[in-house]
Write a protein that binds this ligand. Sequence first.
Ligand SMILES: [Zn+2]
Length: 673
Amino acid sequence: MNNPILEQIDLPIFDEIKAEHIYPAITTIIIENKTKIKEIENYEISKIDYKFVDELSLLDYKLSNAWSQIGHLNSVMNSDLYRGEYNKCRELITDFYSNLSQNTKIFNLYKELKKSTIFESLSAMQQKIINDEIKDFKLGGVDLDEDKKTTFKELQSKLAKLSSRFEENVLDETNNYTLNITDESLLDGIPKDILESAKALAKENDQKGHTFTLHFPCYIPVLQYAKNRNLRKEMYEAYAKKASEFSDKKFDNTTIIKDILSHRASIARLLGFNNYAELSIDRKMASNPDEVCSFLRDLSNKAKPYGLKDFEELKEAAKKDGVEELEAWDVAFYSEIIKQNKYNINDQEIKQFFPENKVFEGLFNVIKNLYDIDIIESKASIWHTDVKYYELLQDNKIIGSFYLDLYARKNKRGGAWMDECISKTKFNENIDYPVAYLTCNFSSPIGNNPALFTHDEVITLFHECGHGLHHLLTEISEFNVSGIKGVEWDAVELPSQFMENFCWDWNVIKNMTQHIHTKESMPKELFNKLIASKNFQSGMQSLRQIEFALFDMLIHMESNPDNLDVISTLESVRDEVAVVRPPNWNRFPHSFSHIFAGGYAAGYYSYKWAEVLSADVFEEFENNGVLSKDVGARFRREILSVGGSRPAKESFIKFKGREPSVDALLRHNGLTA
Ligand SMILES: [Zn+2]
């Protein structure tokens, strides 16, 4: 059988890949890889040199390259058939990598290479690759005695199951809840489109009136707009108590949280750390948990006065409305009232100024200005007629390319993301530049009108494009550290958040907007309103993020969490940083999936951390002209092009000339006097 995945020469042959190609392609590559690994295992230790590192990278590259196409199609062209094949292969791939991470013979080769005289003669980048590998092997438990290894594996598999259960409970509890209301007088204030969906849902459930759920598109607007305070309270309470001891025992996450923390601490101890936070920070840009805590507390102290001011304003608005004691379920409601009074921003009005073609013209101009790169639409095999393919040209040479899949459609995963299609490597002779996927879920054009974007959508586009440029402008051809690979988790969002800043710059916006009918660019007054609303309640919002991050850090810094009471830890964090005090029955941790089911354990601070870096980087542009070619070239040289080939902190200092400082972020967020 011809298999387009295995026959790929340069770009993937998307229009020919079918579900039946997936399994044969992946099994073929895995078998080849395993054979080669067996061969490498038997290399003579005394003659070891860097060659085996390259050989292993090549195996990784081949598998990643095939899997990237398959994973991408699974996300954007999902079907039952496709998903079945995908899941089958995902298990094979997980197995392959987990066996490799436990391979003592390969681990020994790396250790021997590091001990050998050759190591000194290698480049700093090659040394980093070897050090990273050794660290990853150790964190994977390869170095443990046999009995400890068994314990380690058991703990890992228990943790995987607990995390899935945690997430399932949150999902089930969210899905199980509905609130049916037949008295229309209680629904005053709720937007029409929300009411229509609620009515449709009631009908679907054979109910009268309106039915509300805890899903975000319903829950948030009810809290924001429902004038009936009891209705807000009822929804808030259901939301805040879900998956806790207050709900159905079956879905209670209390014990799961305890077990997750306990198993994580055990894993950390097995690997020689005092607690799980130390283990998590080991591969990050931050040096240790204490540094992260001081960082968060410092930020909290600076944001506190502004948060208190935001809170006073809220209380005042509530008082005017006859509410003496502002409660958690009033916050979104009065915030919305203040926001409308202050800025009167209308998303629909703003959208008229952001037609698709003009936005892309603006985006590509920013890139042209900063890096002297032209972006030209070109042809390639694609998976859907909506998809466009672009090439990045510098001095008439293609240096990278990307697929753009912009609109929401059925069977496409929600959200926006950038993913690696092909990485720049020395292995690929047919295509020596990197290729990316940029995927969004914006609304498609209606009739003959172009697609129109909200300002938030434009920001999302710039954000993902920032990740894309990190991948595409790399000059590293060592697969392990090319582009985003090998970059510390807490620094990965630097290039993406950096790009967002341009959406708040008048010179950029002026040239990126064109009213769909009048053809005029956005009036300065409207832009000023947008800017003014940018930092609305930024004090309160920063404190909320800090509260989550500090809580996450502290519960993972406990070396023996069996006696830990997460709720009282959360309460003490709130004593320290919060201005809005939720009721004591609020069980936020019980649905904090980022840290209990996602990859953010002792890592939630990364959001703020990278924000500090990106703001500090952007300051350099503010000081030298926002579209400065010189600073653009420096940013590209010191940060974008080097990828994970050196520590992120080193790259930052090379760019900025000093260590990161929080000042620029505070200024951008309006948190300075
Ligand atoms: Zn991002």
